[in-house]
Design a protein around this ligand. Sequence first.
Ligand code: 5AD
Ligand code: SF4
Length: 454
Amino acid sequence: MEFFVQTYGCQMNKLDTNLVINSFVHAGFELTDQPSEADIVLINTCSVRQHAEERVLSLLGHLKHIKKTQPGIIVAVFGCMAQRLKEDLLRYEVVNIVCGPLQIPQLVGLVNKTIEQNTKLAAVSSDIRHNPQQQQSDQLDDFELLYDLAQDNLPAQAYVRVMRGCDNFCSYCVVPYVRGPEASRPPQKIIAQIKKLADAGIKQITLLGQTVNSYRYNGSSFADLLYEVSKINGIEWIKFVTCYPKNFDERIFKAMVDLPKICRYLHIPAQSGSDKILKAMSRGYTCGQYLEIIDKARDIVPDIAIAGDFIVGFPGETDEDFQKTVELVEKTQYKNCFIFKYSPRPGTRADGKLADNVPMEVKKQRNIKLLAVQEKISENLNKSFIGRTVKVLVEGTSKKSHLDKTDKQGVPQLIGRTAGDFIAVFDGPENLAGQFVDIVITKTSALTLFGQVN
Ligand code: 5AD
Ligand code: SF4
């Protein structure tokens, strides 16, 4: 039988999709990239903004249509939205299975049972905040270890989860309610997993967690973990996302300087530059404290590349508050920023207490303005690469071959990323995918470095 997977959301979800794909292949199912050919459609969902949920609902509408001509098709909704809406999702006629993020090891079994019995099934946590054993379950860890080498990974790259869940409870965020309490994985398991990946030819790993810098296991910190992972032969680049700008352990920056494998890239969301808004978001730091961390980072690692996230249009955000965010973006000189319009999430404290009182039009304008500010910064930063040689890990052919219109026809355009997470596009043979290559940068835009193989 053939299965198709559609994934929404963050890297955590991409990692889960990889695990699920591999577990289905292992169980004898065949992956297809054509939903119309599939007997089973798996949807990995995101709840972080309403828009992400709307996209899932519209896919369900589309599948309802397909099911008219193919009534046997099985639809399973898994991930964050499945955990948020639980059995309610089964009310959609087209949905056969609902499966929470902590239950993904059961997904193959649920599908098999549905094939046999033709019933609707749900496997979700009934009270995810009060069942910490679920987060630490050996079943999840074993699933991770067994199925981490899936087929749609980028060549020579893998994600490795170091922790699950989140305990920060930022007032706007749904993650603690759908991914559960924070739990760090044992370092021995992480190391064993990365050794196995290295033996299979993986050269770059990205350590994943909602707040990796709060990783802690029996007295072992995230910096300790970086030193351990760095010893693994075969792994050449180590990246990590995401960091939380509170109680930041400087040893993480020292590790970047001490250990050549640790990439000098830091994703550290600020969310706002206004202390009033940061307080309403329950972020637990001021703009000044955030900038102190950035200064410390640059002090210890002068060439560090910093990326950030911002939410515009949070309840009560005035023009002055927004201006403070613009100033923070200008001061920090990010390599890039992800900017989101505030989206009220049911069940969060912000949604319960604060009216979503910034009009959509204002949110849109602030989004455009902040993007423009960041674009200038990125453009200037990227220009400084012209004439320099950078090392990239090649991901494969660039899907946007129109990126460089002056290019010769017929030569594949490849895409790669530097240790600082800058994207480079250049001509070269496809078999460079998964290799490290030196590129001389000849031209730049706000988003991309263009160059030639050195
Ligand atoms: N509305 C808009 N953006 C949000 N984010 C998280 N929750 C919301 C929300 N309710 C953004 C934050 C976070 C990123 C993953 O998504 O910026 O860092
Ligand atoms: Fe990832 Fe958050 Fe979306 Fe869940 S809700 S998939 S953790 S972005």
